[in-house]
Design a protein around this ligand. Sequence first.
Ligand SMILES: Cc1cc2nc3c(=O)[nH]c(=O)nc-3n(C[C@H](O)[C@H](O)[C@H](O)COP(=O)(O)OP(=O)(O)OC[C@H]3O[C@@H](n4cnc5c(N)ncnc54)[C@H](O)[C@@H]3O)c2cc1C
Length: 310
Amino acid sequence: MAILVIAEHNNVALAAATLNTVAAAQQIGGDVHLLVAGQGCGAVAEAAAQVAGVAKVLVADAPAYAHQLPENVAPLIVELARGYSHVLAPATTNGKNYLPRVAALLDVDQISEIVKVIDADTFQRPIYAGNAIATVQSSAAVKVITVRGTGFDAVAAAGGSASIEAIGASCDAGVSSFVGEELAKSERPELTAAKIIVSGGRGMQNGDNFQLLYGLADKLGAAVGASRAAVDAGFVPNDMQVGQTGKIVAPQLYVAVGISGAIQHLAGMKDSKVIVAINKDEEAPIFQVADYGLVADLFEAVPELSAQLG
Ligand SMILES: Cc1cc2nc3c(=O)[nH]c(=O)nc-3n(C[C@H](O)[C@H](O)[C@H](O)COP(=O)(O)OP(=O)(O)OC[C@H]3O[C@@H](n4cnc5c(N)ncnc54)[C@H](O)[C@@H]3O)c2cc1C
């Protein structure tokens, strides 16, 4: 049994989500092969070959794969999939874009966002915004699975010595083209990869007050997130949203400031290792999941905390 994992990358570096996905593949068992589909992605392939526990790296280097357009990447994966028992991709924007196409083309059900491997056919995945965990079993010849990174500890990025094999085929379906992208630039860590996150909610009152959180985050080396209420009110851009319809995170430390703790927010952060909540309402539901709760006015508590951090 061999498992194909689709690498997440930007043609320059391998994304951390790949390492969590390889961890899930290893729990299923069998040889793990990594597919790097991109353009000018040699450095990614080299990095992929170093990942602990990977037996082989397949590289499809062609203009058609430069931006991982699902119309082009899906047929490539389908072509390869027939030689594998499982195809796994991170449950990232990219993975969630191309893998359903792969499942449809293979005429199998996709198993989405697994957080646990029971055995090679059986997996656990959250449903109802994480309020219940479903155990699903699949008899599909090829199991097509997206992996929620927060459910699996990353394998080591180094220590492996996989072979690298170039794939000649290039598929340009000719039905889509890449027009452009606007990427948020930040000196702070990326939200889903950060070890510490400071998040603000409607209690911040406006976007300017988020400076308090940026200051605190910079002292902690943290990323800054937000509740949907803060995003919808226009305090911060929507790529900062944590939750059911935002990003799913599980840092070592999550500091929720002026966030009530609605289930849709908890769905995105309740697997964090340590949760700290600052809220002036002692009845706020966030305190039910918090390891440390501070009932205080955030406009006093956050500056004090920042000052203590020096
Ligand atoms: C389909 C759907 C999907 C959703 N997806 C998401 C999602 O992905 N992410 C998400 O976050 N939400 C999501 N929501 C919205 C969610 O239901 C809540 O409305 C939202 O999370 C509330 O954000 P909040 O906690 O910032 O605001 P509120 O619920 O208004 O809470 C603000 C908190 O700030 C506290 N506060 C106010 N002033 C201060 C102060 N000075 N000092 C200290 N504390 C103070 C208050 O006591 C209160 O607890 C979704 C909703 C739906 C229906």
